[in-house]
Design a protein around this ligand. Structure first.
Ligand SMILES: C[S@@+](CC[C@H](N)C(=O)[O-])C[C@H]1O[C@@H](n2cnc3c(N)ncnc32)[C@H](O)[C@@H]1O
Length: 229
């Protein structure tokens, strides 16, 4: 039986039960195998860009006797998964920029009701910006601490492509729905974001650089503090 670390357990907890999951950048395929072994889903698709990780995935699937249940593909992003009527996608353990590039490159996933669990390791603000402005709704976010690291995951659903760019305040890109999160560790994430933005603001002020950006950061920080009370 596969056991998951705290980060992947968080991701697994956000998957819709009984929906075939497509795990992009699967590496060892621990997530889809865990989901099937625990009766959360019946079958999965999983892909990776590189041969090595896909071999790792194949080995896990074979060891666990799940060859008939996990379809593995060598695929840049979602490219090779079009045409299978997939509705549920996981992209975990990559930078937020890479995750949004993968989504951008496969606009066929932008179908009403499609479900996404996204776990950015960095640049979550860029990923949220893409989601909010492309017609996705962020349903909820979770955070978990493992050792020194704090990890987050975003559960989103595609609603509809907007006719014009929605007016999303910039602070929302930095925290998304985390202020409403059920995770006890969401507070730590909000504090971490505030600290990061304060460091950037102080650096700009100390160097007498870009006072407009420093002013904007100040109001973003205030808004995040207010929202997280
Ligand atoms: C750090 S691992 C994450 C593995 C697993 N998803 C997790 O969260 O533990 C990132 C994986 O994504 C794969 N990857 C990177 N870019 C990719 C892309 N454009 N399309 C598919 N897979 C990609 C890498 O080869 C690697 O196996």
């Amino acid at each position: 039986m596969i056991s998951l670390d705290k980060r992947l357990s968080m991701v697994a907890s956000m998957v819709r039960p009984n929906h075939t999951v497509c795990d992009i950048g699967t590496d060892h395929a621990y997530l889809p195998v865990y989901l099937i072994q625990n009766g959360i889903i019946e079958s999965a698709f999983a892909g990776d860009l590189r041969e090595g990780p896909l071999e790792n995935a194949k080995s896990t699937v074979e060891k666990c006797g799940l060859e008939g249940k996990v379809t593995l593909k060598l695929s840049p992003g979602l490219e090779k998964f079009d045409g299978y009527n997939l509705t549920d996608f996981v992209i975990a353990g990559m930078g937020g920029n890479l995750i949004s590039d993968i989504l951008k490159d496969s606009p066929w996933v932008n179908k009403k009701g499609n479900h996404f669990v996204l776990q950015p390791q960095s640049h979550a603000e860029d990923l949220r910006e893409y989601l909010y402005n492309t017609g996705f709704e962020i349903i909820k976010e979770k955070a978990v601490k493992d050792g020194k690291h704090i990890y987050i995951a975003i559960e989103a659903q595609f609603k509809e492509a907007p006719n014009k760019l929605p007016e999303i305040p910039r602070w929302k890109y930095f925290v998304g729905e985390m202020a409403n999160s059920e995770s006890p560790e969401s507070k730590d994430y909000l504090e971490y974001i505030i600290k990061r933005l304060e460091t950037r603001k102080t650096a700009l002020e100390n160097n007498n650089q870009n006072s407009k950006e420093a002013e904007e950061l100040k109001s973003i920080i205030e808004k995040i503090k207010e929202e997280s009370k």
